[in-house]
Design a binder for this molecule. Structure first.
Ligand SMILES: [Zn+2]
Length: 280
């Protein structure tokens, strides 16, 4: 699946832009990711200064069962393969550096306030925020959500790793509040997108009465199945983000074989969602 077209591409040319005959057509595309089969970009989320996308499991070098674009260390895949896959992602994004986290299903937010000397993986965080351009913030997934946040007014952004424990701890609110504290982000300005992740079709919690707080029981869509996309949407709204500024990709990673799924395969890789600011 490829959704690289910006929302304006289907409009007649120059409908809302002054003519610019001298510009190569690619320069008009929002974001700078080159079109590729393995990168999904949320429509209505693009901005000229924003680079973001979710890379599916294809296009990397790792062998089965991590085939092939596994971005996580410590799963049995070789670190050489993981480095090679991350290099390809950086090349596609146009960034020299990635900031990622050894995610722990907590709610700590890391502020990336400087471009690192090399790739940086911080320990014990599940959300990353920045207003520094020219580096990518990366979340690693196999059914959990990556929630993208972009504040076009303050040119700040964030990305959160949201599994069911993250939903319980409302890491989404923690990330929005952290952006407000660090960058004076107004939630009403923020655009948000929820990446491919476990859908209500497959989010089965047979022990939900003991595992999930009562406040989430209302999101049961049929016996034992829960809609975590709706939970995240409601948490975004409760944090002050406008409903019309929230995009849910609505791709279930357990159903769609193009993505790694822990629920489907158990031993598998992790795919990447990345966001960054293109320029100062
Ligand atoms: Zn599904």
């Amino acid at each position: 699946m490829s959704m690289n077209k910006s929302p304006d591409e289907d409009k007649p040319p120059n409908e809302d832009k002054p003519p610019n005959e001298d510009k190569p057509p690619d320069e008009d595309k929002q974001g700078c990711l080159q079109p590729a089969e393995n990168i999904l970009i949320s429509p209505n989320f693009s901005s000229s200064c924003l680079v973001h996308g979710t890379f599916n499991r294809h296009g990397g070098v790792s062998p089965s069962p991590w085939d092939s674009n596994n971005v996580s260390f410590g799963l049995g895949d070789s670190s050489e393969n993981v480095h090679a896959n991350r290099e390809q992602i950086k090349k596609a994004l146009g960034f020299k550096h990635l900031v990622s986290a050894k995610q722990v299903h907590g709610s700590n937010v890391y502020i990336a306030d400087d471009i690192p000397a090399g790739d940086l993986e911080v320990n014990g965080f599940d959300a990353l925020i920045t207003n520094v351009p020219r580096m990518g913030l990366m979340i690693q997934q196999a059914d959990c959500q990556a929630v993208f946040l972009f504040d076009p007014e303050k040119k700040a952004l964030g990305i959160a790793h949201v599994g069911w424990r993250g939903s319980m701890e409302n890491i989404i609110a923690e990330t929005v509040f952290a952006m407000n504290r660090a960058f004076s982000t107004e939630p009403a300005d923020v655009k948000a997108a929820i990446s491919p992740s476990l859908g209500p079709c497959c989010a089965e919690f047979v022990n939900f009465r003991s595992e999930l707080p009562a406040a989430l029981h209302g999101y049961q869509v049929r016996p034992d199945y829960f809609d975590f996309w709706a939970i995240s949407r409601d948490q975004l709204c409760a944090a002050g983000i406008r409903p019309e500024n929230i995009h849910i990709t609505a791709i279930c990673t357990r159903c769609d074989q193009n993505f790694f799924s822990y629920r489907r395969d158990r031993v598998t890789g992790r795919f990447a969602s990345v966001i960054g600011i293109r320029e100062a």
